[in-house]
Ligand binder design. Structure first.
Ligand SMILES: *[C@@H]1O[C@H](CO)[C@@H](O)[C@H](O)[C@H]1NC(C)=O
Ligand SMILES: *[C@@H]1O[C@H](CO)[C@@H](O)[C@H](O)[C@H]1NC(C)=O
Ligand SMILES: *[C@@H]1O[C@H](CO)[C@@H](O)[C@H](O)[C@H]1NC(C)=O
Ligand SMILES: *[C@@H]1O[C@H](CO)[C@@H](O)[C@H](O)[C@H]1NC(C)=O
Ligand SMILES: *[C@@H]1O[C@H](CO)[C@@H](O)[C@H](O)[C@H]1NC(C)=O
Length: 362
């Protein structure tokens, strides 16, 4: 076993740009490559090719034997999520150029901001890799499809809408993951990461959407962060993940994903909402005579509204402020007090900017 492991450690998994061999041991060394917080690389790399560490897409196998670190699973989940988020920006950098945005009237800084956000996401990736102990695998990249392969106006619109959704949901899952963190270092790191995602979101609200960037006194807190991570599985090309990657997220409930019927109304407070299931093969079983709820999360508020199971309809509570993001899940218990009481969702009802208040994502 030991021999097998050390063989893996010295096995060449890539060749560096300079042609010298790159091993698992190199990549497992936090001082290898640009160091987040020291190097300006994670802010000002302007290449179209993927930056380090995303220029090595293979999983990084353990370089030591022993017990996993206390927060390894959390950081494996985060790294797998970050591959999706990074790839979103990297694909944007590759598909678009500065004119894609200026042609539609967006500021001439838009493309360079996207490069910079892409770089900070690569920095997150390195931080998460470094935070996984040498005894645990660091997940590699899958293939991702975000629906904007071509540099046409519709793709720019899809990209910018998803950008806002991805950043706001990253803020929500970072806040939720704090509940799973064991060490204080991890808890603080999660807050710092969430703050960075907030800056990305704020940039878009000001420069792209030209709206009030603030979202009231508190952003939405949702307790079951892995359910949000799970919803990013919809972007993964089926079967494209490295087979030795851990299950993502771990643990995974694989809950039915929700959308809503946008012809009924926009997803804002006071409106009726009719739910639909994204995958007809993955739907909850509702028993007649039992009570079900649509449970809405906004800020620190949790409000349960009865779910009409014959129409799959409910009402978005009118008392919620039309700011930031509202999350809704279907539950068999008022306020969805446990992870297992969630039967479907979460569905993200983006409130800000109002231009994106329609059903989203499809
Ligand atoms: C990845 O990028 C880093 C930083 O530019 C570079 O040193 C390294 O050689 C690259 N690795 C590969 C496999 O291209
Ligand atoms: C990888 O690490 C070895 C030492 O373990 C070193 O000799 C080699 O130059 C490193 N490779 C790169 C690309 O830095
Ligand atoms: C952007 O890409 C388009 C093709 O999609 C090309 O016609 C245009 O010259 C490019 N503009 C810049 C500034 O690179
Ligand atoms: C970008 O737009 C600003 C005004 O919005 C203008 O002052 C500046 O010269 C432009 N820069 C380039 C490179 O076009
Ligand atoms: C959405 O709601 C409209 C209006 O009630 C209805 O006609 C339509 O069939 C619904 N769409 C789906 C997919 O159920």
């Amino acid at each position: 076993m030991r021999g097998f492991l050390s063989l893996q450690v010295i096995a060449v998994i890539a060749t560096s740009a300079t042609g010298s061999p790159l091993t698992i041991r190199n990549l497992s060394d936090p001082n290898y490559g640009p160091v987040p917080g020291e190097s300006s690389y994670y802010s000002d790399y302007t290449g179209r090719a993927p930056p380090f560490p995303a220029n090595v897409t293979a999983p990084i196998l353990p370089s030591a034997k022993g017990q996993p670190g206390p927060d390894d699973r959390l950081f494996q989940n985060l790294l797998a999520a970050e591959w999706a988020i990074f790839s979103f920006y990297q694909q944007g950098v590759e598909v678009f150029n500065a004119s894609s945005f200026t042609a539609l009237g967006f500021p001439n800084t838009t493309y360079s901001r996207l490069l910079e956000i892409r770089d900070t996401e690569a920095g997150h990736m390195r931080i998460f890799q470094d935070s996984i102990s040498p005894t645990s695998i660091k997940p590699g990249s899958c293939a991702y499809d975000f629906g904007f392969q071509y540099s046409d106006d519709a793709s720019v619109a899809t990209f910018l809408a998803l950008q806002t959704l991805i950043e706001v949901s990253s803020m929500v899952f970072a806040a939720g993951l704090v509940r799973q963190a064991i060490t204080d270092e991890t808890k603080s790191a999660l807050v710092g990461i969430g703050e960075t995602e907030t800056r990305h979101g704020i940039w878009a609200l000001i420069d792209i959407w030209h709206v009030d960037p603030f979202a009231g006194p508190i952003d939405t807190v949702y307790p079951y962060a892995n359910q949000i991570l799970d919803s990013t599985n919809r972007f993964i090309v089926p079967g494209s993940c490295p087979s030795i990657n851990p299950v993502y997220p771990s643990p995974r409930q694989n809950l039915p994903q929700l959308s809503s019927n946008s012809t009924v109304g926009v997803g804002t407070p006071g409106n009726m909402i009719v739910f639909e299931f994204v995958d007809p093969e993955n739907v909850p079983v509702f028993k007649r005579g039992c009570d079900y709820y649509a449970v809405f999360f906004h800020g620190l508020e949790t409000i349960s509204v009865p779910l009409d199971i014959s129409k799959l309809s409910s009402v978005i509570p009118g008392e919620l402020e039309e700011k930031g993001i509202i999350l809704v899940v279907l539950s068999d218990k008022k306020d969805a007090p446990t992870q297992d009481s969630v039967l479907a969702g979460p569905l993200f009802l983006l409130q800000q900017p109002s231009a994106l208040q329609t059903q989203f994502p499809k």
